[in-house]
Design a protein around this ligand. Sequence first.
Ligand code: RIB
Length: 329
Amino acid sequence: MATIKDVAREAGVSVATVSRVLNNNGYVHEDTRVLVNEAIRELNYKPNEVARSLYKKKSRLIGLLLPDIRNPFFPELARGVEDEMQAKDFRLIIGNADEKPSKELDYIDTFIQNNVIGIISATNHTKRDHYNNLSLPVVFLDRTSNDHPSVFANGMEGGKIAAREMVKRGCKRITLLKGPGELQTAQDRFKGAIEELCVSDVNFNVMATSSFSFAEGEKSAKILFKDFPDTDGVIASNDAAAAAILHEALRIGKAIPEDLQIIGFDDIPLSSLLFPPLSTIRQPAYEMGKEAAKLLIRLINNEHVAEKNIQLPVSFIERQTTRKVDDNG
Ligand code: RIB
């Protein structure tokens, strides 16, 4: 890979002259600038972003921390962040924390060592002190913090909608999956659903799950039909769990949605491809990512920010794991 010295040699100028052309600072004769740019093209030279950021003392690098890159919800978030950052000439360093505080801390150190100028974090570790001590702007995404700028969806409303739609469709014995108790997003949607179910005439039971992963969903599905074989409606904690429950229900011969109705939460791209396609609560993940990027850029540029906690609406996506309302007479 060509270095700045190779470019200087090719153009017949000093390294300092090449640096002035790259950083667009200091006087460079137009003919010399042409020679340097020709040498850069000829050698396909790519400036070392970290070295350049150290020189300019201000990089264009942003750290994005995701909790589980195997869950399709998070790439949707990341894409929204990346599109906005790319459009504004920033670049991402992405870390996967695996929902582990130790790994999260490691990535924060990595971000700092790479001279990032801002961090977007979809974490949920209640201890925020490792963020409070940072001397750069942080935006929390999906998983929020009252004392930090955050972008998130209205999880409580999503839980209410899911419960309301199931009651409306005639479910009488609902199983409500409670997502990982330590995550605010799981708590919010669970609280919303519980509030709605408690004022209905429906029997319901709660099943706790320890993670939002597909593996946990598969485990929960087997337990669910063993412990609650006559359930006629499942409100899942997220689409990964809903997909696993749908798979297990079909495997044991249940007709969907005639015998069992299922609602997920997230609306990941996979959900519309399941058979039957999954009814779910849509979180606007891409838009959430984009809003988080816009908020962080405003903070980096020290612009006035009217609202530092941005909540986006959710919506019910009716597909075919729930009955049509008029089917219930
Ligand atoms: O599916 C992953 C879940 O974790 C989503 O519901 C999202 O809200 C995140 O918190």
